[in-house]
Design a protein around this ligand. Structure first.
Ligand code: IPE
Ligand code: IPE
Ligand code: MG
Length: 241
């Protein structure tokens, strides 16, 4: 039989551990976030050659507003800086950028930056990079349900999925969390229902191509049963159609 490696087409990552990475070096937490942007750039570049077509990353949660004001404003500055620096590279690599999350409570400066970056990359199709920013799974579920209710649309699994912030892509096959924490922290609560979970001890700035490959290798060994028994699986379900 032909040997095949089962590749997740959609990978989601909780990029955690930036603060600890910086503290270990006696640097301000913000230095860790800056390093985290570089790591993201490297991981984005690595995705297409691995057969990944959608990468979704958690960059700023609904709850991260509760951090000290200097850290929040530093993170906002990093976003603006990262966009101006990284968008030309994303263009060269054919990456379509999409921001996923609430926009209404963002400053005009940030909102304009996100919109411009999305517009600039709208025709790219090598990889979709969803950046969950000002995002929370509970926000996602409740705001989609409220919109459907207001429009008088019956709420079904299908209509709710389509109305949610990630309605433009299939659910993640593999969900990675770095930073040695084993929780979702309000990330993709609905969409991760059947994602394979992988936890890395590495702090996000230390995560690299080799670490990604280790996660992909582990994914290839998983049996995705979606509620069925092993015997019922004709084609291994981690071969995403
Ligand atoms: C993740 O790194 C990035 C954001 C939440 C913005 P952290 O800042 O949570 O890093 P740790 O967990 O404190 O090390
Ligand atoms: C989750 O990390 C959010 C992001 C990575 C953006 P946190 O560091 O905020 O999560 P908790 O607070 O440890 O659960
Ligand atoms: Mg953290």
């Amino acid at each position: 039989m032909e040997e095949r490696i089962y590749v997740p087409s959609h990978v989601a990552i909780v990029m955690d551990g930036n603060g600890r990475w910086a503290s270990k070096r006696y640097m301000p937490r913000i230095a860790g976030h800056k390093q985290g942007v570089d790591t993201l750039g490297r991981i984005v570049s690595a995705c297409p050659s691995r057969g990944i077509s959608v990468l979704t990353v958690f960059a700023f949660s609904s709850e991260n507003w509760n951090r000290p004001v200097e850290e929040v404003s530093g993170l906002m500055d990093i976003v603006v800086l990262a966009l101006s620096r990284e968008v030309p590279k994303l263009q060269r690599e054919g990456v379509r950028l999409r921001f996923v999350g609430a926009r209404d409570n963002l400053s005009v400066r940030i909102r304009t930056g996100l919109e411009e970056a999305e517009f600039a990359t709208v025709t790219n199709s090598v990889l979709t990079l969803n950046v969950c920013f000002n995002y929370g799974g509970r926000w996602d579920i409740t705001s989609a349900a409220a919109r459907l209710a207001a429009a008088g649309t019956p709420i079904t699994e299908h209509s709710l999925s389509a109305a949610m912030a990630m309605g433009h892509c299939a659910d993640p096959d593999l969900l990675i969390r770095t930073g040695n924490e084993k929780r979702l922290s309000n990330f993709l609560l609905w969409q991760a229902a059947y994602s394979e979970l992988y936890f890395s001890e590495l702090l996000w700035p230390d995560f690299d191509e080799q670490a990604l490959d280790a996660a992909l290798l582990e994914y290839a060994t998983r049996e995705r049963r979606f509620g069925k028994t092993s015997d019922q699986l004709v084609v291994p379900a981690n071969l995403h159609a």
